[in-house]
Write a protein that binds this ligand. Sequence first.
Ligand SMILES: [Zn+2]
Length: 143
Amino acid sequence: MGPPEGLSGARLRCLAGGAASFPPIEFVSRVPADVSAAAEAFVRINDTRIDVVTSSPLFTRLQRVADRCGDLTAARKLASVLVHEELHVRHAADEAAAYAAQLTTLASLGAGPGSPLYSEVHRSMMYTLSRPRAKLERIMVVR
Ligand SMILES: [Zn+2]
């Protein structure tokens, strides 16, 4: 599907740091059956694009406020999710490295250790890293 109004791929790349080299972003309205239902974005192994799930609570929250002052927490979260996925796409990073970059991004955006958002992503990291490796190899998912 095309980008939802107000949230083009270019705007999302801008949120994630604006690099022209940022991987292409596709919007999917529903989480595929083989991806965690809670995914906000995901990358297929050996694929070069990031799929952003437009039905996720994060995305719908960001979309609702797109025309107002913006929801800073949601924007920070999505930016960090995109950086996480970029690590997978561009650098074939494992989950530990991708989450480390995501947390660094949050801190640089003003949501460092001690903030609810940082804690939320840290919890996702601990959960993901505790899962059996086989589960992680088919697909990489950000929650
Ligand atoms: Zn990941």
